[in-house]
Design a binder for this molecule. Structure first.
Ligand code: ACM
Length: 791
């Protein structure tokens, strides 16, 4: 279980408090004397994404409230206004944009310049000299990106004076598709939150928002012709306690959808920031919410409800002509709302069991000449492609659409690795790369115990940064089919906007750089040098980035006999670590960590990651004593070697309101291991366990879920020494249910002859579905601490 992150507390305080806290962290040397002030004007420009070409000049141009800010023509004036609004955020500098007057006062001028169109779409030229600033571009998007770069130059400092460094930047994007996918189906994001996402994207020169509007758990967009899609399909009842109204015991619904007016508003807002919104209506699978609303769309006689479970469901829309027309009608209502070229029709994870079992679908397959269920899906895709093309739109779908015949014009979004993208490009399809292995932002980014729920196959910042969208093996002639890349953020396990932003940043900045910067300009070490300045911009812009990559993690191994512990510190991004052992805040002069630190117990260690003398995030404190080192939370335990299929970081289902516990577990084989537990003098283990709903649909993977047989009514907690294949050293029967707080505490006595360091394996037996036990904490109990009357 994790503890509330200091980040979350700071987020509630807001950006100003965070800045103040960070300043406080670095402000004092251990002696109590003020530390040397942090370096004033940073030497590097720290732009993210890195521009294509940049020549530093001599001198600076200082901005002040009376600096003229001009736009030549309406489009340029709009960009000047957008720049002024963003610049004013978090500081006392409000420039007044005006139409260009022809006056040559020193100031900032934005101008559309048709001669610059040759530099390509979205390109710009930004020149800062001692006399002023000029931003020019061949199109409005380019001008906007020039403004975003200028904004970054204008936010290099902490506050107060804005001195723009002289520079000439000629810049253009590497890829035309620089995307982010937001999933409002699993957890819903308000219009205001979607706009905040759009703002964050725009600041990083991302240009495509893929809006995943439908899934098994919810249909999130108003369709006037089919009102039940939102009357029925937009609400689910969450699993477990989260779906029960505490006061009444009645079901508590989780609902949300966007009206068409709201969609227009969001799309217009995005358009002003040069972001195209691509809607997704997912068929034939991930369609439970739609089928719940209109059962005649389904391929099963079972009545469905929008699901409150996660995973891969068997529910497919059927292949009737009426269903095709339903989909065309839905798309026809949405097309006028989305001016962009692409329309996403999903197509992923459509397991065909229901189609195989349905006499009607089998008959339809014969009617249309489909010899396999995948060909039937292709028939549907081809029909929708034709419909979309007839309305001037292009179809895009997940890479499964490649598994059957696919119209040449269809674009493929490669998510199961890059193989689908490679195959599609070779077959002449356009491709967007969004592999789950590298660009899924619901995967955790560090191994910190403070990560919010998600999928803990960790995708680090470096991994995201290193992803190359154009496979080396792709022939030159087909490379132009790679439109770009997209990060996807599925939100099954992301319930709050704070956590959404935590998953997004800093990793979305890496996606932005890959999408924008020339391949030759990419350099991870250099990116890490530019990132600290970006953190300060994020604080100013109220972007709730993850602090976990910028904090310090610690592991302590105790030597119980000697009363000491050896602490190993790490920062996920490899920034330098400074620490104290006297309870003081670490500062720039505190000892630099270079090797494990030996500490006499009890010990207090405080540590922070630093860059150029400033802490990157609030310090973390670690208090260790003999008792605390005998206890480990689930995050501090390993998954058993026998597990490993689908490790998740899951949130408890209750309480309905307020903070919930978070557990690391493998849903195919929940099992936890304390590697090298020191068992000398240990008489028992105390285990605290929680219980969460088993809310997963695993489709064809379900038989892979392993349950150890129960030997008593409700199963037992088994403890093994020497790993899970070693000796079973304890077994305690489980009750039918946890206590009123949702937890259970068990004491398991160990045999007296256990000694030395051993891998302690803990797991629960029995098939407890629709619930599952999850380990929260395990504590070793020394013989001396047991009650006197223990035999
Ligand atoms: C996907 O992640 N199912 C596209």
């Amino acid at each position: 279980m994790n503890r509330p992150d200091s980040f979350q507390r700071l987020r509630r305080l807001g950006a100003a408090a965070l800045l103040a806290a960070l300043a406080a962290c670095g402000g004092k040397a251990p002696s109590g004397e003020p530390a040397a002030p942090a370096a004033a004007a940073p030497a590097r420009l720290s732009l993210i994404p890195a521009p294509a070409s940049m020549q530093p000049g001599a001198g600076t141009f200082a901005l002040a409230a009376d600096t003229p800010l001009q736009g030549e023509g309406e489009a340029a004036l709009t960009v000047a206004r957008q720049f002024a609004t963003l610049l004013a955020q978090g500081r006392d500098l409000v420039l007044e944009p005006t139409a260009a007057s022809g006056e040559t006062r020193r100031g900032i001028v934005f101008r559309l310049d048709p001669t610059r169109a040759a530099a390509g779409r979205e390109a710009y030229l930004l020149e800062v000299t001692g006399d002023g600033v000029s931003v020019s571009a061949g199109d409005a998007a380019g001008l906007f990106y020039g403004a975003m770069t200028l904004l970054q130059l204008a936010t290099l400092d902490d506050a107060g004076q804005v001195a723009l460094p002289a520079v000439r930047i000629e810049d253009a994007p590497r890829f035309g598709w620089r995307g982010f996918m937001l999933d409002p189906a699993r957890h819903f994001w308000s219009v205001d939150q979607v706009k905040q996402v759009i703002d964050m994207m725009a600041l990083h020169k991302l240009n495509t928002l893929h809006w995943h509007l439908t899934d098994d758990q919810g249909w999130r967009v108003e369709i006037k012709q089919y009102p039940k899609l939102t009357e029925v399909g937009a609400c689910r009842i969450p699993s477990g306690d989260g779906g029960i109204e505490p006061a009444t015991g009645q079901p508590r619904r989780y609902c949300g959808f966007y009206t068409q007016d709201q969609v227009r508003d969001v799309v217009a807002y995005a358009g002003e920031r040069h972001i195209t919104v691509v809607p997704e209506v997912n068929v034939p699978g991930h369609a439970t919410a739609a089928i719940a609303a209109y059962p005649e769309l389904g391929s099963t006689d079972r009545r469905l409800v929008p699901s409150s479970e996660w995973g891969v469901f068997p529910n497919l829309v059927n292949a009737e002509e009426e269903t095709y027309r339903f989909l065309e009608n839905v798309i026809a209502e949405l097309i006028p709302l989305f001016p962009g070229t692409y329309f996403h029709v999903g197509g992923d994870e459509a397991v065909k069991d229901q189609w195989e079992a349905s006499a009607r679908v089998q008959q339809r397959m014969r009617e249309v000449g489909a010899t396999t269920e995948m060909e039937m899906q292709s028939h549907l895709v081809a029909r929708l492609e034709k419909f979309l093309a007839g309305h001037g739109k292009r179809l895009i779908g997940w890479d499964e659409i490649l598994e059957g015949p696919l119209p040449a014009e269809a674009t493929v979004m490669s998510w199961r690795g890059i193989e689908g993208g490679l195959k599609a490009a070779r077959a002449g399809h356009d491709v967007v790369m969004s592999p789950s292995s590298d660009l899924y932002l619901d995967y955790l980014q560090t191994s910190s115990a403070h990560e919010p729920p998600g999928r803990p196959a960790t995708i680090t910042l470096k991994q995201v940064y290193d992803f190359e969208p154009v496979p080396a093996e792709l022939e030159e002639a087909n490379r132009g089919h790679i439109l770009g890349l997209q990060a996807n953020l599925w939100t099954e396990h992301t319930r709050t906007f704070e956590r959404l932003q935590h998953h997004m940043f800093p990793r979305l900045a890496a996606v932005a750089e890959t999408g924008w910067s020339p391949e030759a300009r990419k350099d991870y070490a250099d990116f890490l040098q530019r990132l600290p300045a970006q953190l300060r911009r994020w604080q100013r812009w109220n972007i709730g980035y993850a602090l976990t990559p910028f904090q310090v993690d610690a592991v302590a191994e105790d030597d119980r006999a000697a009363g000491t512990a050896r602490a190993t510190l790490s920062n996920p991004l490899g920034y330098e670590i400074r620490y104290t052992t006297d309870g003081q805040e670490p500062g720039a002069d505190s000892p630099l960590y270079s090797a494990p630190v030996d500490l006499a117990l009890p010990a207090k260690l405080r540590a922070a990651a630093f860059f150029e003398g400033r802490p990157l995030a609030p310090a973390r404190g670690f208090d260790w004593d003999a008792a605390s080192l005998l206890s480990r939370s689930d995050e501090q335990l390993a998954a058993c070697p026998e597990s490993g299929s689908l490790l998740l970081r899951l949130e408890d289902d209750g309480p309905a309101d307020g903070e919930r516990a978070i557990f690391n577990t493998d849903i195919f084989y929940p099992c936890w291991q304390w590697n090298g537990a020191q068992l000398d003098g240990i008489a028992a283990v105390k285990v605290r366990a929680g219980r969460i709903p088993y809310y997963f649909q695993l489709a064809h993977d379900e038989p892979a879920r392993r349950f150890e047989p129960a030997r008593s009514a409700h199963g037992e907690l088994d403890v093994f020494a020497g790993g899970c294949k070693g000796q079973r050293v304890a077994s305690v029967p489980l009750p039918a249910a946890p206590g009123a707080d949702g937890f259970l505490e068990l004491d398991a006595e160990l045999p007296p002859d256990l000694s030395g360091r051993q891998d302690l394996c803990l797991r629960f037996t029995g098939d407890s579905r629709p619930q599952m036990w999850v380990l929260d904490r395990v504590s070793l109990q020394p013989a001396t601490s047991l009650p006197e009357d223990r035999p």
